[in-house]
Ligand binder design. Structure first.
Ligand SMILES: *[C@@H]1O[C@H](CO)[C@@H](O)[C@H](O)[C@H]1NC(C)=O
Ligand SMILES: *[C@@H]1O[C@H](CO)[C@@H](O)[C@H](O)[C@H]1NC(C)=O
Ligand SMILES: *[C@@H]1O[C@H](CO)[C@@H](O)[C@H](O)[C@H]1NC(C)=O
Ligand SMILES: *[C@@H]1O[C@H](CO)[C@@H](O)[C@H](O)[C@H]1NC(C)=O
Ligand SMILES: *[C@@H]1O[C@H](CO)[C@@H](O)[C@H](O)[C@H]1NC(C)=O
Length: 471
């Protein structure tokens, strides 16, 4: 039997229990504005590793504290599980859940935090500290109107893109998981909990809260390509066809609920929380993004990854989201889908020269790539380095190189890329060109390379980075 219960009462009860079990008070820590929320289900070793990395790298400049929600009946404690993690005990909070609350636990944990943002992840991926930093910068940035930003490996990104449904200007959504690493505004999580409460959902629906989070928001959240560092071990929660079917069932239920909320009329007049009334998301995926590895920046491109024809296929109800995905995938074709997965934009900034970001179609007038440093820097001298495929000469010659402090006003450099052949990447010697564009005495946040005409070649980036020149 499924039971109906009030979500917020449960949150309150659990907070109380956790205070009893874990009577530590958070240290105020300057303006650190992010709380990391980790769910332990079956991989305590991983949780230890993830927490150690966060303490070591992010406690000084971004992360206020870590909340570990242990869904497993075997209790965790700081002394038994994190004594060797070199973390201050006061900044690691462990909540031993009285019950396995599944996904809803992370929303409860975030709602109890004191910071404006929560960074949410499962226990099976290690997320690089520079990615968390880039996330915090981006979500605090007014130009990012999104209330969450999700990391997605290419196969999840493809699925999420193909599931994007736009019925009209008041109804549009897609599905994205949170477990690969997601930054959320805490205020939105509180609203989400309150919405679930209003809707009187079943116990099982609360537990599967991830399947409802992005869909019910009625916005298309920002998503970044990143394959993550898999830690493995333990037992995944979504296993086999049974797990798939359960996920799909809840995704469709979420879509039906959103549709009925929207068609019942004005969300604003019923003062329903969380569901966005004013659409502020781009209706078609226009910009793709990926965080840099090993440095603080975000790669952005307007290069189309999926042909427009694929989006010509539509449905009349968002509850047909999964049917839509299947049909669009068929239209995309196996070959194109494989290329999407193998040549993702994240390959341009992963620090590995051997992986490639390649466009699906030939370069078109107006297409661009941007390297966003997430804040302004002053450089005496610097080189913008583009390691590209050997045939990219035509694209490089027909492009303009620009920089900007604010992403609005651009300054053209009036220079061409200076290329040398034959970089040794171990495997593809002579098929990679290293091209540099130099600048001096410059204050900059964004670098942009913009193509000025159509060309008969595909874009192909192996690595893109900045190299400050030391005097
Ligand atoms: C985390 O979950 C796993 C199993 O699901 C459990 O074995 C473990 O005891 C829990 N936490 C720790 C560190 O004990
Ligand atoms: C720290 O302790 C945990 C469990 O208590 C163990 O799994 C882990 O391997 C230890 N890590 C190191 C670096 O010793
Ligand atoms: C978050 O904290 C960082 C580091 O202290 C700060 O630079 C940033 O402005 C803060 N962002 C917001 C939106 O509060
Ligand atoms: C959008 O579609 C929904 C569902 O069909 C409908 O209820 C709503 O009134 C439509 N909104 C507009 C502005 O057409
Ligand atoms: C891949 O996409 C292109 C459009 O860009 C299309 O012409 C082609 O048929 C697709 N490939 C397959 C195998 O469907």
């Amino acid at each position: 039997m499924l039971t109906v219960f009030r979500f917020s009462i449960l949150v309150a009860v659990l907070s109380f229990i956790s205070i009893l079990l874990d009577p530590r008070i958070h240290e105020p820590a300057g303006d650190l504005n992010t709380t990391v929320v980790i769910l332990n289900w079956s991989r305590p070793f991983n949780v230890n590793k993830i927490v150690s990395e966060i303490c070591k790298n992010l406690f000084d400049d971004v992360v206020h504290s870590v909340i570990i929600w242990n869904n497993n009946p075997k209790p965790m404690s700081f002394e038994n599980n994190f004594a060797n993690a070199s973390c201050p005990k006061s900044r690691v909070q462990i909540i031993n859940s009285p019950d396995n609350l599944y996904f809803q636990a992370r929303y409860m944990a975030c709602a109890q935090a004191t910071t404006p943002f929560c960074f949410i992840q499962d226990d099976d991926y290690l997320i690089l500290p520079e990615i968390v930093r880039a996330f915090v910068r981006r979500i605090g940035d007014n130009s990012a109107s999104t209330s969450s930003i999700h990391l997605q490996p290419p196969h999840e990104m493809l699925s999420s893109e193909l599931r994007t449904v736009v019925i009209n200007e008041t109804l549009h959504t897609t599905f994205a998981w949170l477990g690969y690493g997601t930054i959320v505004k805490r205020s939105r999580v509180v609203e989400f909990i309150s919405l679930l409460d209003h809707l009187n959902l079943l116990d099982e629906q609360h537990k599967m809260a991830d399947n409802y989070f992005t869909i019910l928001s009625n916005e298309i959240p920002e998503r970044w390509f990143d394959a993550g560092i898999e830690l493995g071990g333990g037992q995944a929660f979504t296993v086999g066809t049974e797990g798939e079917e359960r996920n799909n069932r809840h995704i469709i239920e979420a879509a039906k609920i959103l549709e009925s909320i929207i068609s019942a009329g004005d969300v604003a007049s019923t003062s329903l929380p969380y569901v966005k009334v004013q659409p502020n998301s781009p209706l078609l995926p226009t910009i793709s993004r990926a965080p840099c590895h090993g440095r603080l920046c975000v790669f952005e491109t307007s290069i189309k990854l999926i042909p427009d024809e694929v989006y010509d296929i539509s449905v009349s109800s968002i509850s047909d989201m999964l049917v839509l995905e299947k049909e669009r995938l068929k239209a995309l074709g196996e070959q194109n889908a494989t290329e999407y997965l193998n040549f993702a934009p994240s390959n341009a900034v992963d620090g590995i020269r051997d992986t490639v970001f390649r466009s699906a179609e030939n370069g078109k007038h107006g297409e661009y790539v941007i390297l966003d440093l997430t804040e302004c820097h002053f450089y005496d001298r610097l080189q913008w380095v583009l390691e590209v495929g050997a045939h990219m000469g035509a694209i490089l010659d027909r492009s303009v190189y620009e920089s900007s402090e604010d992403g609005v006003n651009w300054h053209a450099w009036g220079k061409r890329a200076d290329c040398s052949n034959a970089l040794d990447d171990g495997l593809r010697t002579s098929r990679v060109m290293s091209c540099v564009i130099s600048a001096e005495k410059i204050r900059v946040r964004y670098f942009r390379m913009r193509l000025l005409e159509d060309v008969e070649y595909k874009w192909e980036f192996h690595e893109v980075y900045l190299s400050p020149i030391q005097e």
